[in-house]
Design a protein around this ligand. Sequence first.
Ligand code: NAD
Ligand code: MG
Length: 389
Amino acid sequence: MEEIKKKRIAILGSTGSIGTQALEVIAEHPDLYEAYALTANNRVELLIEQARRFMPDAVVIANEAKYQQLKEALADLPIKVYAGTDALCEVAEAGPVDMVLAAMVGYAGLRPTMRAIQAGKPIALANKETLVVAGELINELALKHRVPILPVDSEHSAIFQCLAGEMDNPIEKILLTASGGPFLKCTMEELAHVTKAQALKHPNWDMGAKITIDSASMMNKGFEVIEAKWLFGVRPEQIQVVVHPQSVIHSMVQFEDGAVKAQLGVPDMRLPIQYAFSYPFRVKASFDRLDFTKITNFTFEQPDTVRFRCLALAYEALHRGGNMACILNAANEVVNAAFLKDRIPFLRMSEVIEQTMQRTQFIAKPTYEDYVATDAEARRVAEEMMNNN
Ligand code: NAD
Ligand code: MG
């Protein structure tokens, strides 16, 4: 095996669910990886703790009001301390960075990820919203700057692992598995009354609040369909969502000869994070192993796009192309935040998203500036729709 050089990783969103698990991977392999930069939005105490432990070259807090606290807490250490979103982009672009882990949540991750690509940095991509909003643009940029985009999302990592060694063998179909979330068995009537607390209890994964709500509405799976299109260059008809509540198969690829390859494992995001870091190699890890003798129930079913309307809306956005998925994402960020604040009931989310998709200006060939304008416009429209009831 070729010797693996120690990788210096900039983690955008180090205090989140993905960010903290990425630091666990780094802690387990100090000979292979080091945290070059750590960034957070608000959680300054955790960022301070992480900085003292991992001794990065730089830290950034996006919320400038917390800069002083961060600066003072790290004054005794040779760590550069910055604040604001520009600084966030700058640490990702820095010369010594070998890889950027995009682990921020939402649309906010788009610009720093674009800047990192433009600086020629390989991307480990957790921030799926970046590809949902601007997949075509991101692919063009990555091609131009010869930058690999390595998926961290567990399903896409699974697909990527299935494709290893397949050279250019065409994909016939991607089977994207979905746990179905906490409301898989709920009737429409029950869905109308589910609470935020119920939605936040995901059966198999412990994740940030936003993606947990997206999983409950299955918008997360819709986003993953869009993400798969841009990552693997397949048509929407080639992506089939399969509900697999046990979350043991993380996704599958069917080839032209009918062979199906799958990647399996216990649900643990550290594995896909580590694979993005170590690709094309595999690195020994302490994660739990599957015990097949304990798997008694292994099931698959079709998703219900009537009860989980968000999934249908995501397919629609994908078919319509242009800035439609950007509109879908912006409206979803608005309703997701509103649901988390108990401002709207569960089923109202997909209604507002649909209305926003109908009312926001469609652009067939959007530029980056168009995406920025579309995001702002769609948020405004979604707010208006929510208040209109
Ligand atoms: P999280 O909410 O736990 O963490 C988000 C991180 O981003 C935090 O460090 C936060 O400080 C930072 N952040 C948020 N908004 C920011 C802003 N405006 N400016 C700067 N920093 C900001 O989220 P998460 O669950 O870790 O998810 C991160 C991304 O990874 C999301 O796009 C999600 O869809 C994706 N993802 C997560 C999981 C998972 O298991 N958590 C799995 C697959 C994909
Ligand atoms: Mg996923």
